[in-house]
Design a protein around this ligand. Structure first.
Ligand SMILES: O=c1ccn([C@H]2C[C@H](O)[C@@H](CO)O2)c(=O)[nH]1
Ligand SMILES: [Zn+2]
Length: 135
């Protein structure tokens, strides 16, 4: 699976976005170490805060099917520049991905910004932070 193929998968996922409120469609494609691809779209709700982002949809699909090892993530929206993931999604990335895992931030014009999980969430709160804390 090439970067271009993963980005293509994120565009296919974006088509399923349920966005009656924002009209802002986002797609994600998460590549498992075993080569499986998990597509995700954003899913909104009349109770706005219940909205799930495309990235987290992809992660939660994968984890709920027993897959927690990932190689790459692509994100796409119809933005002028590469689409930037929200803080909640960055935190979820840090839970399941190696700090150096590549993330491709893209848009519908074909712009691609290659970054990493560590660059997206430097100093993330992790399980390590809970070790040796006073109880
Ligand atoms: O990286 C992002 C940023 C935003 N959204 C969604 C959430 C909501 O449906 C809409 C506007 O915030 O975009 C995502 O899916 N991923
Ligand atoms: Zn998000």
């Amino acid at each position: 699976m090439t970067m271009e193929q993963l980005i293509e998968q994120s565009k296919l996922a974006r088509e399923f976005a349920y966005v009656p409120y924002s009209k802002f469609k986002v797609g994600a494609a998460l590549l498992g170490e075993d080569g499986k691809v998990y597509q995700g779209c954003n899913i909104e709700n009349a109770g706005y805060s219940m909205t799930n982002c495309a990235e987290r949809t992809a992660f939660f699909k994968a984890v709920s099917e027993g897959n927690m090892k990932f190689k790459a993530l692509a994100v796409v929206a119809d933005t002028p520049g590469p689409c930037s993931p929200c803080g909640a999604c960055r935190q979820v990335m840090s839970e399941f991905c190696a700090p150096d895992m590549p993330v491709y931030l893209t848009n519908m014009n074909g712009d691609v910004q290659q970054t990493t999980v560590a660059e997206l969430i430097p100093g993330a709160f992790t399980t390590e932070d809970m070790k040796n804390a006073r109880k």
